[in-house]
Design a protein around this ligand. Structure first.
Ligand code: CA
Length: 497
């Protein structure tokens, strides 16, 4: 007996610090505006994404994941707090999130994690000009929402060549002329892994890259990626219409729709696919590093996007809409030895569900303020109560205090139901029979029962969240002050904690 105890202790003493960790590490890769269908593994015949395909084959792939509000700042605020947009108050872009709320960074830091944050933040805006230096730097302190470790971030930009970031001083740090930001960011993440894996504490590394967001110009991506698609014909979508959707808040000029968008979308898609290819390459490098450092079995790795992109479908470009091309996002979670590789999970996962699901997987406490559902049992092959639907909120114009086409939507495993505020018009799509969402079924009597159910679901969720469904400008002054700082949201003012 004595001998066996001795042997056990000796073995433990020889185990590297990382393997003895009580909680797993986390690597969270956030991409920007990446559609959920532009991978070879989704059947896209143009895309070449061997590393994303491989990542999927090693992960739990949540195939029905959507963005609660398919626009950058709102989706990110929800991701980091586990709350709906009506509760974060991030109703449009370029607002400043109120720091007096519990975020995933707080939980990680309080539970002994080393954190690292690299890339786009987009929750610290304070002026409508998102290119302005004034809202590019995020100072150390409460506005970093608990991320107290390595910080190489910026609020917003998408000029990929010769780009920059900030650390703790308001001084731009450039990667250098001719460099490509995502490549440099993945390299920084790899260097961080070298350091973090050698420390005794578990780590959480967030890597938030700005691609494949526009501008989609040839000079915004390295030639070697553009060359991969240079001779590939790209077409307008099958559900292209020469008339833009009248429920868009921007880009509705019919002349420009034809002269600019119709003409340029194929080339824009070429650049977009080039950017996706670049992410794919760098994800491969990151995963090779994970294996080299022997981190596979004690590290949860997430591949995610804040929202998708319409590219002319349903008469629309960009995002901020409930249609699947903008709303659906990749959400793949890999944890070797714990999460069964290659499984597809069709639960209605929404952005607020991500924080509680990850914290639960990591055996960390979930703050009471979280409104999402912990869906981690599904990834672990167990059953749990699934949400019946995902509730989505279009609360404003993308970045201006302009009333327009605010909407709410409910999406389940088969249908999307949506309603616009401006005229109360409703839409109902069968996403399985009509994946391009071109047939509005609202006036088809055989769908009355479904319509009734989904109206009720929307109403119940809005009531639960105290979501009043107001025009965009209503929030100005009530929730958001003149400095564009959020002071309150549907559940009341944010108080000092
Ligand atoms: Ca975005």
């Amino acid at each position: 007996m004595k001998r066996s105890w001795f042997v056990t202790l000796s073995l433990l003493a020889g185990v590297p610090a990382a393997a003895q960790q009580e909680h797993p590490n986390l690597i969270f890769v956030i991409t920007d505006q990446l559609r959920n269908d532009v991978f070879s593994c989704r059947g896209d015949e143009i895309a070449r994404t061997p590393n994303i395909d491989r990542f999927k084959s090693e992960s739990a792939d949540f195939t029905n994941a959507v963005a609660v509000t398919p626009v950058s700042a709102a989706a990110r605020a929800s991701l980091f707090t586990g709350k709906y947009s009506s509760s974060t108050g991030m109703v449009i872009n370029e607002l400043r999130l109120n720091p007096n709320q519990r975020a995933i960074g707080h939980v990680l830091t309080e539970n002994g994690y080393n954190t690292a944050y690299i890339g786009k933040w987009h929750m610290y805006g304070n002026c409508s000009d998102h290119s302005s230096d004034e809202c590019a730097f995020i100072p150390k302190g409460p506005d970093r929402l608990g991320f107290n470790g390595e910080w190489k971030a910026y609020n917003f930009h998408h000029e990929n060549m010769n780009s920059y970031y900030y650390e703790d001083k308001k001084e731009k740090i450039y990667y250098g002329q001719g460099t490509y930001e995502p490549e440099e960011q993945f390299k920084m993440a790899i260097r961080s892994l070298d350091r973090l894996s050698g420390e005794k504490k578990p780590f959480a590394l967030f890597l938030s890259v700005g691609v494949p967001h526009d501008p989609w110009t040839k000079d915004n991506v390295p030639a070697k990626y553009y060359q991969r698609y240079a001779n590939v014909p790209f077409a307008l979508p099958s559900n292209w219409s020469d008339t833009p959707d009248k429920y868009m808040d921007r880009n509705t000029d019919p002349k420009r729709w034809i002269d600019y968008w119709k003409k340029n979308i194929p080339e824009m898609k070429r650049v977009y696919y080039s950017m996706v290819s670049s992410i794919d390459d760098y994800l491969g490098d990151l995963m090779a590093k994970v294996s080299e450092l022997n981190l596979d079995e004690n590290t949860i790795i997430v591949f995610f996007s804040d929202h998708g992109e319409m590219f002319g479908e349903n008469g629309r470009v960009y995002k901020m809409i409930f249609y699947d091309s903008a709303a659906r996002v990749p959400f793949m979670v890999r944890w070797k030895g714990k999460i069964k590789a290659g499984q597809e999970i069709d639960a209605c996962l929404n952005t607020p569900d991500i924080m509680p699901s990850l914290l639960s997987l990591m055996d960390l406490p979930i703050p009471e303020s979280v409104e999402g559902t912990d869906l981690s049992p599904l990834a672990l092959g167990k059953k749990c109560r699934e949400p019946e639907f995902a509730f989505m909120q279009g609360m404003g114009h993308t970045y201006q205090w302009k009333d327009g086409h605010e909407w709410r939507a409910v999406r389940d495993k088969q249908y999307t139901y949506a309603r616009y505020l401006i005229d109360g018009s409703e839409l109902l799509f069968d996403n399985i029979a009509d994946p391009r969402q071109t047939q509005n079924l609202v006036n088809h009597r055989e769908y009355d029962k479904i319509l009734k159910r989904m109206r009720k679901q929307m109403q119940t969720k809005m009531h639960e969240l105290k979501d009043e469904f107001k025009p965009c400008s209503w929030y100005r002054g009530k929730w958001v002050d003149e400095e564009r700082c959020i002071q309150a949201a549907a559940k009341g003012p944010f108080k000092q904690q």
